[in-house]
Design a protein around this ligand. Structure first.
Ligand code: ADP
Ligand code: MN
Ligand code: MN
Ligand code: MN
Length: 344
């Protein structure tokens, strides 16, 4: 038997952005445990904005488990927060609101800044470094500094060892800004993996004395780019049937639900969705073919394949909760009628 360090990870009840929380329990198994083999656990919800002091127990229900290469015999256990009955989702549990759909695929592009001493890593104590331009996908000390890449590479290794489906990483437009992309099949998979990847990044950077700034516009109203988390999505129907008529109905549903989408696409997004820096205005819904200034970018391939494939919602920001984003996108998609495949 081996003593496994099981890190139970959950989202707390803070709004508008939940924080990651985690605590360890040790359990013996003779093999790496599957999610079914992991017991429910509890925590004090009065310390996480999830309960009142007099009746403060909340339940942690494991929903996914990943190897933790940062620890000997470690496991990262993603949990949903449940009421004391163990079966009713807690109000803060947004994962439970995602429609089950094995054919829904998501690809999230998580952008973020490294921060040290209250400013982006590589920024001088006063003022600004050279204007953005060479940093995006850049190389060399003057572009990326001396530790950012080391952290990014270490993070990538931890994520791959956990089985997270990273598709790539890149240095971003602002100095100190980076991105990773995660793709997953199934309506909850990529969102789970984004949260675990965020957890690993936050934990890894503790030892460097570096913070991760997920805010979408940390440098305010300047010429420095903000951070997004573009949500690429598709369903069985979008990939296999699609069609111009369906696409146009879908875009009409996105337009009609503009506010409902913006509400869960991350806080302070009005600072980022200005129409500048490859963004669309927060006040209007738009779509465009290969248009990085639209709310939804339609890849060339989508049109060339007869309006079939995936779409990119560019509005979600870096601080958004991928559970709430995936949940909202699938709700809007579900509101649009599809044609039953007609007999040929
Ligand atoms: P860009 O920066 O040009 O928008 P990226 O390569 O960073 O492009 O991100 C594109 C994303 O689209 C990737 O995360 C990828 O996994 C995702 N993607 C590709 N095909 C699909 C699909 N069929 N359904 C959902 N997402 C997809
Ligand atoms: Mn990208
Ligand atoms: Mn990017
Ligand atoms: Mn993108």
């Amino acid at each position: 038997m081996t003593k496994y360090k099981l890190e139970y990870i959950w989202l707390d009840g803070y709004t508008p952005v939940p924080n990651l929380r985690g605590k360890t329990q040790i359990k013996e198994y003779d093999h790496f445990p599957s999610v079914e083999e992991l017991p429910l656990w509890g925590f004090d919800g009065s310390s996480t904005m999830q309960a009142e002091g007099h009746s403060s127990d909340c339940v942690l229900k494991p929903v996914a488990v990943y190897p933790d290469a940062g620890r000997v015999n470690g496991a990262l256990v993603m949990c949903e927060v449940m009421m004391p009955d163990g079966v009713t989702p807690h109000a803060s549990n947004k994962r439970a609101t995602i429609l089950d759909d094995a054919g829904a695929w998501f690809g999230f592009e998580q952008e973020y800044f490294f921060y040290e001493d209250g400013r982006p890593l590589g920024f001088p104590e006063n003022g600004y470094p050279a204007p953005q331009g060479p940093y995006y996908t850049g190389v060399g000390f003057k572009n990326v500094g001396s530790i950012a890449r080391e952290i990014v590479e270490e993070h990538l290794e931890l994520c791959l060892a956990a089985g997270i489906n990273h598709e790539g990483i890149n240095a971003e437009v602002a100095k100190g800004q980076w991105e990773f992309q995660i793709f997953g099949k199934g309506s909850k998979r990529a969102a789970d993996e984004v949260w675990i990847a965020r957890y690993l990044l936050l934990r890894l950077t503790e030892k460097y004395g570096v913070d991760i700034e997920f805010h979408c516009k940390p440098l305010g109203d300047t010429d420095w780019n903000g951070s997004g988390m573009h949500a690429n999505f598709s369903t069985d129907y979008l990939r296999d049937v699609g069609g111009k008529e369906y696409f146009e109905s879908l875009m009409a549903a996105f337009a009609a639900n503009l506010q409902e989408h913006i509400e869960v696409y991350g806080p302070d997004n009005h600072l980022r969705l200005t129409g500048k820096h490859e963004t669309a205005s927060i006040h209007q819904f738009s779509w465009g073919i290969a248009d990085r200034g639209a709310s939804i970018r339609v890849p060339h391939s989508f049109v060339n394949n007869g309006y079939k494939g995936y779409l990119e919602d560019r509005r979600p920001n870096s601080q958004g909760d991928p559970y709430q984003i995936a949940s909202r996108i699938l709700k809007t998609i579900a509101s649009v009628p599809t044609k039953k495949a007609s007999a040929a």
